[in-house]
Design a protein around this ligand. Structure first.
Ligand SMILES: NC(=O)c1ccc[n+]([C@@H]2O[C@H](COP(=O)([O-])OP(=O)(O)OC[C@H]3O[C@@H](n4cnc5c(N)ncnc54)[C@H](OP(=O)(O)O)[C@@H]3O)[C@@H](O)[C@H]2O)c1
Length: 308
């Protein structure tokens, strides 16, 4: 039998991501052998979901004693301290799933001779639902030998991988915050405008959901630049001015976000040739609001403060 399939896998922290990974790995024939969590009920809940003979352990040491490859799937802030509480040995590979942290937080494992890595699915998993990875890209970082094992796991799960250096993780994670969390926050802000119009909640949700799905599908298929539509892509400076005026009067809390994201949109529209540099400059001036670029002497331009 393939020795990788004999490897025992354990989870410390039986929450959302642990459930997705443990169920996924057990489903492709991997041996998930032990689970622990802060509460015994979470550990038992996950162990019972797995058809394999996974045991629920009273603490993390039980998982380490039973398994070679251990995922620490606690919240980010508990990873380092959780790892430090366990007696590891050279047979262990210990992995966390944080997008922002590198495997350096597992230094206590390295000191005991074990290997370390991070394994971050670039995917969103809502608490309380058993989502699947659905082909999510996995960002790997850490020790070479552990990464080889993790590439095998990702391949079994049907997920492509990218490999990062420790110092790249924060920017990588920020990209996920922008593409996922901030899109949700912007969708919520858009929903609040619909609520302000007095439109029933379910109609608003249907309208926004339909738009979001088409937008995400376009970006997935054609990339961001080709998917850009709207007043900035059309160079409609008059519409942008009317939007800014209306927001200032009726939803001033959204002005900063409208301006900030608008300023990111202008170079995208320019890069695909939708607007010329003069229009781009005009839009930037309108969106910046409190600064414009002023011409000095020899034609060079510098930002200067102007009243909003
Ligand atoms: N959710 C996502 O979309 C997502 C995506 C990619 C990566 N991640 C990463 O995956 C990791 C886990 O996130 P999650 O969303 O699965 O979190 P979660 O649903 O809140 O689950 C965390 C689990 O850890 C347990 N726990 C908390 N403190 C603990 C401790 N000191 N010792 C042992 N267990 C402890 C909790 O225990 P009890 O249930 O027993 O109280 C809970 O079951 C994080 O590093 C996160 O950054 C999350």
């Amino acid at each position: 039998m393939d020795s990788r399939r004999q490897q025992t896998i354990g989870f410390i922290g039986a929450g959302t991501v642990a459930t997705v990974l443990a169920v996924g790995l057990a489903g492709c024939g991997r041996r998930v052998a032990a689970v622990s969590s802060r509460s015994m009920s979470s550990a038992r809940g996950l162990a019972e979901r797995l058809d394999s003979a996974a045991v629920a352990c009273a603490g993390p040491q039980g998982v380490a004693d039973a398994c070679d490859l251990v995922f620490i799937t606690t919240p980010d802030d508990a990873i380092e301290e959780t790892a430090a509480r366990v007696r590891w040995s050279a047979r262990h590979s210990v992995v966390h799933c944080s997008g922002a942290l590198s495997s350096d937080v597992l230094a206590s494992v390295r000191k005991s001779g074990g290997g370390v890595a991070s394994f971050h699915p670039f995917q969103t998993f809502a608490p309380g639902r058993v989502d699947t990875l659905d082909g999510a890209t996995i960002a790997l970082e850490g020790d070479r030998a552990v990464l080889m094992t993790l590439r095998g796991l990702a391949s079994d799960l049907g997920c492509p991988t990218v490999t990062l250096r420790p110092e790249q993780k924060l920017l990588y994670h920020i990209s996920g915050v922008l593409a996922c969390n901030y899109v949700v926050a912007l969708a919520n802000a858009a929903g609040e405008l619909w609520r302000g119009l007095g439109i029933p909640e379910e109609k608003a949700a249907k309208a926004l959901g339909t738009l979001l799905k088409r937008t995400a599908g376009n970006v997935d298929r054609d990339g961001a630049a080709a998917s850009l539509t709207g007043p900035i892509a059309r160079g409609d400076a008059g519409t942008v001015v009317r939007h800014l005026d209306e927001l200032a009067r009726r939803a001033p809390a959204l002005l900063a976000a409208y301006r900030g994201v608008g300023l990111l949109t202008v170079p995208l529209a320019q890069s695909k040739g939708d607007i010329d540099s003069e229009t781009a400059q005009e839009l930037r001036r309108l969106l910046a609001g409190d600064t414009i670029e002023a011409e000095i002497g020899d034609g060079a331009r510098v930002p200067r403060e102007v009243p909003v």
